[in-house]
Design a protein around this ligand. Sequence first.
Ligand code: SF4
Ligand code: SF4
Length: 405
Amino acid sequence: MKKIHIILLAALCIVAIGCKQAEKKTSMNYRPLGNTGLMVSEISIGCGGFEKIDSAASLEMMTMALDSGMNYIDLYDANPKTRSNIGYALQGRRDEMIIQGHIGCIFKDGQHCRTRDVEEAKQGFEDMLARLNTDHIEVGMIHIADSHEEWEELEGSPFLEYVFQLKKEGKIQHIGISSHNAEVALRAAKSGWIEVIMFSMNLAFDRLRGGAIPWEKGAMDNLQAGIDPVRVELYDYCATHNIAITVMKTLGGGGKLLDTKTSPLGVAYTPEQCIAYCLAKPCVSTCILGIDNLDELKADLHWLHATDEEKDYTTVSKQEQAKADGDCTYCNHCSPCSMGIPIAKVNELLDKAELEGLTPELQAQYDALPHHAGECTHCGACLSRCPFEVDIPSKMDKAKDVFGK
Ligand code: SF4
Ligand code: SF4
């Protein structure tokens, strides 16, 4: 094809994309996803909510997200129901959504597991493609490397070879990694082969020090004034080298920053303030928001119409007091439980029962769980995986008392 034809074709594509956005009448802003050539909406959708709803509700939620201009989704969840719901909801609109899908997160014995076993990862990845009804995803996200050991274990491993192979075959277009540790994320950024980093960034976590991760013993008790120098280096390095950061835990993990009772800083922020804080950093491409239902999605979409005053996160910072917490955010990072207990769900039902009293509905939901808190052996296997230092065995004891098993 002659050069002039190629230029004309490219111009037509840009016009077509522009028309598509104009048709949606959205006021969403888009940012480059690092060096990938992709443009992504500045707020985007987390997948957790799709596990809790059916396919019809998934379609409704996805339609609203797409029609509002969201074009990026994180799919860490390997639960077949989540993947199938998202695949169903994207039918006919797959080309409008950029998928960041995790490699090395599988669903085993009813629970999420992180794996570096090639066969397990392969099965998990192929299952994701099949359920999404697609032959590729845009970003293949290596699921969680949170320690230096985990990063070193990855380098040169058969698992990494598999990831490179996926890129070569076009099954993933770009390679990313998720981490909660700024030092590890910085090593990943400097590797030369990572294009996207999913990183936990918010007003509270940025006050951790020395690459600490939020669930390290005492980390959240030791929040300092000002941003961690390691994080400053990470954010600067990513900005200058065009490595995209897609933000997780924008609202503090389970929305903790939104309530004075749960905010690690002792004061409540609004979603708009939390989002504005992250988007103020040039390295950030998008803030991924955990959305459980249409009402939450509508609330998050207020971002599109928020005033500068509503976005000003500095107004509350004067009242901040460092404050640790140990509440569950239902993030599921603690799984798998050695007894198969769905820890996050048990904690969620327990918190509701303690807040609102034990209703027959809560008891019925608890009874329907495959395993119950009373089966906890206090083995402690889950403790080191909890980002928020929750005393899980004590919570299990409490749940057993409240729900009777
Ligand atoms: S301490 Fe209890 S909840 Fe945690 S892994 Fe062991 S059995 Fe499961
Ligand atoms: S106990 Fe910890 S890891 Fe488990 S769901 Fe709660 S906050 Fe997440």
